[in-house]
Design a protein around this ligand. Structure first.
Ligand code: GUN
Length: 295
C-alpha cells in the first residue's frame, strides 16, 4: 500500500485564486491595496529564494510588495528604525523580517518591535499569547497551512491523537496550539525526548517539523495515520547535484493513509497563508473595507 499524496500545490493554488478575487474586490470597492514589506538582511541564498518567492506571490495576487534588502553589516538600530517607519506607514499592512538574522541583531527584540497588527508571520509575543489563549490572532503561516491541509484531509479532528515533532516557535509550538483548538490530544517530541518514535506511533496525525532529513522511519508511523512533513532539507551529493527532501524517510509512510510530499506539500501553503494573513491585516486596518466580500 502507498499513502495518498496530499497535494499542497493544488490547495495553495485554490487559496491564492480566492485571495486574488478578494484583493481585487477590496481594491475596486474601497481603493485599498494590501501591502507587504519584506525585509531581507544579508545574502543567504536560501533566504533570498524564499523572499523573492514571497514577493512574487504577493504581486501575482494583486497586492503590493516592497522588498527591503539590507547588507549583512546592518546594525540592530538601523533595522529597528526601518521597522518603526514601516509600522507608521498606512500603506504597509504586513511586515515580514526574514529569519535567520545576522549575529549582531537580537531576534527577539526585532520581532517584538513589529506592530502586532502588521505581524503577518505571527511571531510577535502578543500574537503568540493570543493564539495560546484562543483569541483572534495572526497565526504563523506554516502551521496555519498544515491545519488547512489536515482539515481538508480529515474533516473534524476532535478527539484524535496528534504528535508534533519539533517545538520551534515558528512551527511546532503554534501547531500544538492549533491542534488543541481543534480538540486533539497533543503529544510533543523534541530533541531531548528519550523515545520520540514511541510518541509518534500513537498518533492519528503526525506533524514532523524537526529539520532533520529522513528522521522519521516506518516504525514511527501508525498505519492509517495522516502525516504532515514540514521538513525542507537540501541534500547535496558528492557530484554537486542537489535535491530537497523532508524529515520523513523515503517510503517510511507507505502504511500511512496520506502524507504531504516534499516538495509540493506544506511549502506552497506557507506562502499562500502569508498572503492570507496580509489580506487579514489589511482588512483589520481598514474596517470599512472588511465586509467588501459580504454583499
Ligand atoms: N525563515 C524561515 N521560515 C521563515 C518564516 O516563515 N518567516 C520568516 N520571517 N523567516 C523565516
Amino acid at each position: 500500500m502507498t499513502a495518498r499524496l496530499i497535494d499542497g500545490r493544488a490547495r495553495a493554488a485554490r487559496l491564492r485564486a480566492e485571495l486574488a478575487r478578494e484583493v481585487a474586490q477590496m481594491r475596486a470597492d474601497k481603493g485599498v491595496m494590501p501591502g507587504l514589506a519584506v525585509v531581507l538582511i544579508g545574502a543567504d541564498p536560501a533566504s533570498g529564494i524564499y523572499v523573492r518567492s514571497k514577493v512574487r506571490a504577493c504581486e501575482e495576487t494583486g497586492m503590493r510588495s516592497d522588498l527591503h534588502a539590507l547588507s549583512d553589516s546592518t546594525s540592530e538600530a538601523e533595522l529597528l528604525a526601518l521597522i518603526a517607519r514601516l509600522n507608521g506607514d498606512p500603506t504597509v499592512h504586513g511586515i515580514l523580517v526574514q529569519l535567520p538574522l545576522p549575529p549582531q541583531i537580537d531576534r527577539a527584540r526585532v520581532l517584538a518591535a513589529i506592530s502586532p497588527d502588521k505581524d503577518v508571520d505571527g511571531f510577535h509575543p502578543i500574537n503568540a499569547g493570543r493564539l495560546a489563549t484562543g483569541q483572534q490572532a495572526l497565526v504563523p503561516c506554516t502551521p496555519r497551512g498544515c491545519m488547512m491541509l489536515l482539515e481538508e484531509e480529515i474533516g473534524d479532528l476532535r478527539g484524535l491523537t496528534a504528535c508534533v515533532i519539533g517545538c520551534s516557535p515558528i512551527v511546532g509550538r503554534p501547531m500544538v496550539q492549533l491542534l488543541l483548538h481543534r480538540d486533539c490530544s497533543v503529544l510533543v517530541a523534541h530533541k531531548f525526548t528519550a523515545d520520540p518514535g514511541a510518541l509518534a506511533r500513537q498518533a492519528d496525525i503526525l506533524v514532523v517539523a524537526a529539520g532533520v532529513p529522513g528522521l522519521v522511519t516506518s516504525d514511527w508511523i501508525r498505519p492509517g495515520a495522516v502525516v504532515i512533513d514540514v521538513g525542507i532539507n537540501r541534500i547535496t551529493r558528492p557530484d554537486g547535484s542537489s535535491n530537497i527532501i523532508g524529515d520523513v524517510a523515503e517510503g517510511a509512510a507507505d502504511l500511512a493513509a496520506a502524507i504531504t510530499p516534499v516538495p509540493g506539500g506544506v511549502g506552497p501553503m506557507t506562502i499562500a497563508c502569508l498572503l492570507s494573513n496580509t489580506l487579514d491585516a489589511a482588512r483589520a486596518a481598514n474596517p470599512e473595507a472588511a465586509n467588501s466580500n459580504a454583499a
